[in-house]
Write a protein that binds this ligand. Structure first.
Ligand SMILES: [Zn+2]
Length: 157
């Protein structure tokens, strides 16, 4: 029995869409001749999809190590053209993989922060505090350093 607990159905119209470990998935084949990438089947909606769907490797013909190398170079601060030159890849290809990785990271971030408890001391709380304080300071006719001091004061809280 294969461990598919990290996967979920990716058909948005399926009842089990996004539910991991729901027991609706099984392996029904492979998507590459080397049989290293599994094809998954959802018994609820009958959808078949690659286990790599939704990741940066989906429909990629480039070796995984090279995709990872591209992303590592960019993560370390190299530009798109520089990364392409270092890895002997076209700049457009580097940009395409960085975009794909960005979309995947955004979705993963949304899923992870959805369950974070609200904390009044985090950055968003401070931003709200600043906006609330800023308006009365401007209406009160405060000028120059005094108004700025008040704004900076609230910003530090
Ligand atoms: Zn499904």
């Amino acid at each position: 029995m294969e461990d598919l607990s990290r996967f979920c159905c990716l058909n948005e119209r399926c009842l089990a869409y996004g539910s991991r470990g729901a027991g609706n998935l099984s392996v029904c084949g492979y998507t590459n001749p080397a049989k290293t990438h599994r094809q998954l089947y959802c018994r609820l909606c009958k959808a078949r999809f690659s286990e790599r769907k939704g990741t940066v490797f989906y429909r990629s013909k480039m070796p995984e190590e090279k995709v990872i190398a591209i992303l590592e170079h960019v993560k370390e601060g190299n530009g798109m053209r520089q990364t392409g030159r270092l890895l002997k890849t076209k700049e457009d290809t580097v940009i395409r993989y960085v975009r794909k990785a960005g979309q995947h990271a955004q979705l993963a971030h949304r899923e992870l922060v959805a369950f974070s408890p609200s904390n009044p001391r985090v950055a968003t709380g401070r931003e709200v505090g600043l906006r609330v304080q800023k308006t009365p300071a401007l209406h009160a006719g405060g000028t120059g350093a005094r108004a700025r001091g008040r704004l900076l004061g609230s910003h530090r809280l």
